[in-house]
Design a protein. Structure first.
Length: 282
């Protein structure tokens, strides 16, 4: 682990409907916390949350970091629409196969939308939500007009996607590119080379904002003020519509709060996960 954690992760695959394989990395024991990564060429659970997973596991949790369908080491089918339902259903099926009956979900970007959809679909499963610049709360047109997404889709769908394109793309996720290492670029480029173009070109995520009021789970949210992928104004939608929510906005931070402010993210997330939020207790 790049964060110096001595937590030991083990990897395994879970077969879901359609014969697809969902790759999972796990560490620790205790209450389950599922980390759901975002979109983009080369994305995976470990690469998105490398600075966070060990800290949460060491705090006394069973950390589960799956790769969504089409990403990381999971199956990457072609010729289909990558819908939010497809991502969510295959993830929930994998968790059921792993006998996960209750878990908190941590999601960034696309992973935030997946976490929200999971909470709406199976509220008894999802205990708490930790969201970093979650997707799924704006129209498709709004997202694709954002400068980061426009550049990402244009570069990745070109026939000659290079490692230089990969570096530039990851650098767009942060305010200060000094946090982007050569190892991270190489790791994500190797994954991106195996991904079908459909994973971005045919991704379909609906606007879930009209349903935010249905979320009964406690929510902790983070957003970078200089986010070029998901408008920071989305935080206000949660604050206006959700019953139990708190959001932090970070100045001079881009789309990856959990990377650019890893120590703060880890501390706040661990404190939130430990909170007793049962409304029926005295």
């Amino acid at each position: 682990m790049a964060d110096g954690s001595n937590s030991k992760f083990h990897s395994h695959n879970v077969t879901v409907s359609g014969g697809y394989e969902i790759a999972v990395n796990e560490a620790g024991s205790g209450p389950a916390v599922v980390f759901v990564h975002g979109s983009g060429p080369g994305a995976s659970g470990m690469s998105n949350f490398r600075l966070n997973l060990g800290a949460i596991a060491d705090a006394g949790y069973r950390v589960i970091a799956p790769d969504l369908l089409g990403y990381g080491a999971s199956s990457k089918p072609t010729g289909l629409d990558y819908t939010l339902a497809l991502f969510t259903d295959t993830l929930l099926e994998a968790l059921a196969a792993m006998r996960v009956e209750r878990a908190s979900f941590v999601g960034n970007s696309l992973g935030g939308a997946v976490a929200i959809q999971a909470a709406l679909d199976q509220p008894a499963l999802v205990e708490k939500l930790v969201l970093m610049a979650p997707g799924g709360v704006e129209s498709r047109e709004t997202y694709f007009a954002m400068p980061g997404i426009a550049r990402m889709v244009g570069d990745f769908t070109s026939p000659d996607f290079t490692e230089g394109d990969q570096r530039r793309m990851i650098s767009n996720l942060v305010y200060d590119p000094c946090v982007i290492t050569d190892a991270l670029v190489a790791e994500r480029y190797q994954v991106a080379r195996t991904q079908p173009k459909d994973v971005l070109a045919r991704m379909r995520v609906p606007d879930l904002s009209p349903r935010l009021a249905e979320l009964s789970q406690p929510i902790l949210g983070f957003w970078g003020k200089e986010d070029g992928f998901c408008p920071v104004t989305g935080a206000q939608k949660f604050l206006e519509r959700c019953a139990d929510v708190r959001f932090m906005i970070f100045n001079k931070v881009g789309h990856w709060v959990m990377v650019e402010r890893a120590a703060e993210f880890n501390r706040y997330a661990i404190e939130f996960l430990a909170l007793d939020t049962d409304p029926h207790k005295d």
